[in-house]
Design a protein around this ligand. Structure first.
Ligand code: TXA
Ligand code: MG
Length: 326
């Protein structure tokens, strides 16, 4: 399949190009598009064959449900069977934006989207290109991150082309994504909101709106994995082996690696080529830097461990997964 790559102005996408992409979505095709978090791989969420194509292109296990994107919170009725007060409050505060809410599904939502489960994850993105595409398509759009399963998420159109070129119909190139890591996922089906995936909307920000949020930091409890397979330990990984190291040891570790004949690359927080010291700016650059290091023919990527504080939770989560070997 020839993958068409069309550039758009991220703030004012050309309506003719958006219409072309939306036509592909309505016809059952696969279209990658920028959001404020990462690039998504979109298909008509109400077309089971189109959604199956997403899984085939990504090599994603059918047991991992996908997020449904809507242009407007008013469209939620087509997807969700129930809209609890917690959902309404969180959506009221953070939509459009990088927050995904897990709610009871409408029967019309295909099993392919929900992995056969009783819930559906929904998100209203605020990127102008995502908004324009969703409005022009006129259907809810199922969209996981536009990468091969378990690999690094894409924050630029080049990353999408590298991973999925030849496997999808079209890529809308709206430049780099602002946020840089995937949305916060919150299950609001129970009496207390429950964090399934940390993101740039932090637990303290959620708690300001709905009170206590359950945010167990334990990973890989079997029932959690079944609920949200994106919590599988190995996910969002470069191909190159990655190790998290203490800043004080990073030079020693680098010397040791080179002495052992290994080519190592660094993602430091200090000195030359340092990553930003602020978690939001760090997140915006993280995947791009990892994609670059992953292409550099290295044996090992050494990442300086950021501080273990709540603002860094989402970054620490992605780094831990990138470092996981299974
Ligand atoms: O920022 C994002 O969320 C990006 C952009 C494209 O919107 N999308 C994204 O999708 O990261 P994906 O498929 O890579 O991650 C979706 C996460 C996975 O961890 C999945 O298991 C979880 O959401 N999820 C989806 N539906 C769910 C459901 N019904 N219940 C629990 N978790 C669900
Ligand atoms: Mg993903």
């Amino acid at each position: 399949m020839n993958t068409e790559l069309l550039k758009v102005d991220p703030n004012a996408p050309d309506p003719a190009i958006v219409a072309r992409a939306a036509g592909r979505v309505r016809a059952g095709g696969l279209v990658a598009f920028p959001t404020e978090t990462v690039y998504g791989l979109g298909a008509n969420a109400l077309d089971p064959a189109a959604v199956r194509r997403i899984f085939a292109a990504k090599g994603r296990p059918s047991s991992n449900p996908v997020i449904v994107h809507v242009a407007d919170p008013a469209q939620i009725g087509n997807v969700a069977a129930d809209w609890p007060a917690t959902a309404a409050r969180l959506a009221g505060r953070f939509w459009p934006g990088p927050l995904t809410l897990v709610v009871a599904r409408q029967p019309d939502v295909p099993d392919e989207v929900t992995a056969g489960g009783p819930t559906v994850a929904v998100r209203c993105p605020d990127h102008p290109v995502a908004q324009a595409l969703l409005r022009a398509a006129g259907v809810p759009v199922a969209a996981p991150s536009a990468n091969r399963s378990t690999e690094l998420s894409p924050t630029r159109a080049e990353h999408v082309m590298k991973g999925l070129g030849g496997r999808i119909d079209l890529i809308l190139d709206g430049g780099p994504c602002r946020g840089g890591i995937e949305s916060t996922v919150v299950d609001v089906t129970g009496p207390v909101a429950r964090l399934l995936r940390p993101g740039l909307i932090t637990v303290p920000m959620l708690e300001e709106v709905v009170g206590k949020v359950e945010a167990s930091r334990e990973r890989q409890r079997p029932e959690e994995v079944a609920r949200s397979p994106g919590q599988m330990a190995k996910h969002y990984s470069p191909r190159t082996k990655l190790r998290l190291v203490d800043g004080r040891d990073i030079v020693d570790d680098l010397l040791e690696a080179s002495a052992g004949g290994f080519k190592a690359g660094l993602l430091p927080l200090h000195g030359a080529n340092a990553m930003p010291g602020d978690p939001v700016a760090y997140a915006a650059e993280l995947y791009h830097r990892l994609h670059e290091l992953d292409e550099a023919g290295l044996d090992l990527i050494l990442v300086e461990q950021p501080p273990d504080t709540p603002e860094w939770a989402a970054v620490l989560d992605r780094l831990a997964r990138a470092a996981a070997t299974a």
